[in-house]
Design a binder for this molecule. Structure first.
Ligand code: V47
Ligand code: SF4
Length: 356
């Protein structure tokens, strides 16, 4: 049972402590948890639920890191590896440009592509599609680009921004706990560096998202520690737009194991909404949760379901059963049937159309 004092605290908009957050994760009363999280979401965004007409593009799956939970990456020369030229990427947008407002670009850490390739890619996309916002490169990629360019983080980010980068996605955060991170992705930048990249991006005027990969080896305390670090950085910079809990998909991964239950997925959305009181938006990423659970998550604290997506490869490589895209009409229906108001947005949550 959730303590009446804690309920009152949440409903009056007061910040919960790490201990209280852990107690919420341990809570079995999922209905009350959902009700509280939903009240927090409605206080922030009314009954609005956002979506964007977007498309994913992965320039390459060749990656030097080979994280143990990643079924998407390949080593150079390995069967199934790919690398797209700038023309091939432009072609993908040309064939799906109708109405697209945001392109989400993330990929592997390629051993020999130059920094210039990425700058040229951004410039070509901006020149060809000036109305499409570019949300690209995780903190892990930005750190890698800083390494290959020999530039400081700040200089790297400013060059990317000058070439057309509008915002950054939240991937690569995984779980901040050092010991768990070592089991998951020993080659990946440490948590402190992930946070440093986002801090620097925010200082350069680049808005970013944040994620947490959950449902593997981590404990509830690890999840709380992760959320607390994000909340602290958001207090400092205010540069995060949305938080996206990422439900572990285990198929075809080296790490194996099981994926979290639907109850755990809903609980994680709800507790995130309550704990991250300084984040405006919580995304229920339908690609990972499934269309039906992401719809239910809109009543458990989420106010965004991402978007049309189109051509998602990372979660599908790890066994996602969802489709590769959703049509705008399907998204509108999904949101309406949850009793929420569909709002089409751009990459910065500017409202494009309210489907009242
Ligand atoms: O960085 C990789 C994760 C991320 C698996 O910012 C996995 O708007 C689960 O970050 N099971 C990419 N997760 C996805 C991502 C994202 C998605 C949608 C929107 C936004 C945003 C960001 O997916 C990776 C990694 O953390 N991931 N493998 C897996 N097997
Ligand atoms: Fe590479 Fe990212 Fe996959 Fe890790 S999660 S292996 S960094 S593509």
């Amino acid at each position: 049972m959730i303590e009446p004092d804690l309920k009152r605290k949440i409903l009056s908009g007061k910040r919960v402590s790490a201990e209280e957050a852990a107690a919420l994760f341990r809570e079995d009363d999922i209905h009350t948890l959902g009700e509280l999280a939903s009240a927090v979401a409605v206080r922030k965004n009314g009954r609005r639920a956002y979506f964007v007409l977007n498309r994913h593009i992965n320039p390459t799956n060749i990656c030097v890191n080979r994280c143990r939970f990643c079924a998407f990456s390949r080593s150079k020369g390995e069967e199934g590896s790919f690398e797209l030229s700038i023309d091939e990427i432009l072609e993908k947008l040309e064939t799906s440009t109708e109405g697209i407002r945001e392109v989400h670009i993330v990929g592997g850490l390629h051993p020999d592509r130059s920094f210039e390739y990425y700058l040229e890619l951004l410039e070509a996309l901006k020149a060809g599609f000036p109305d499409v916002h570019i949300k690209a490169f995780t903190a892990v990629e930005v750190d890698y680009l800083s390494g290959i360019s020999g530039l400081s983080l700040r200089e790297t980010l400013l060059r990317l921004k000058d070439s057309g980068l509008d915002a950054m996605p939240g991937g690569g955060a995984e779980i901040f706990s050092d010991s768990i991170r070592k089991k998951l992705c020993p080659e990946k930048i440490p948590a402190q560096r992930w946070l440093e990249v986002h801090r620097t991006a925010h200082r350069c005027g680049i808005k970013t998202n944040a994620t947490m990969l959950y449902g593997h080896f981590e404990s509830y305390d690890d999840r709380v520690e992760h959320l607390m670090k994000l909340r602290e950085l958001q207090d400092e910079t205010g540069g995060f737009q949305a938080f996206i809990p990422l439900s572990y998909h285990s198929r075809n991964t080296e790490m194996g194991g099981q994926s979290p239950s639907g109850i755990d997925d809903l609980k994680t959305v709800a507790v995130s909404r309550i704990v991250l009181d300084n984040f405006d938006h919580i995304k229920a990423y339908w690609i990972m949760l499934g269309e039906k659970l992401s719809q239910v998550a809109l009543l458990f604290g989420a106010d965004d379901i991402d978007g049309t997506v189109i051509e998602e490869k990372i979660t599908h490589a790890a066994g996602a059963m969802t489709g590769e895209r959703l049509a705008k009409e399907q998204i509108i229906t999904l949101i309406r049937r949850a009793g929420r108001i569909p709002v089409e947005r751009d990459a910065f949550y500017e409202e494009i159309k309210v489907y009242a």
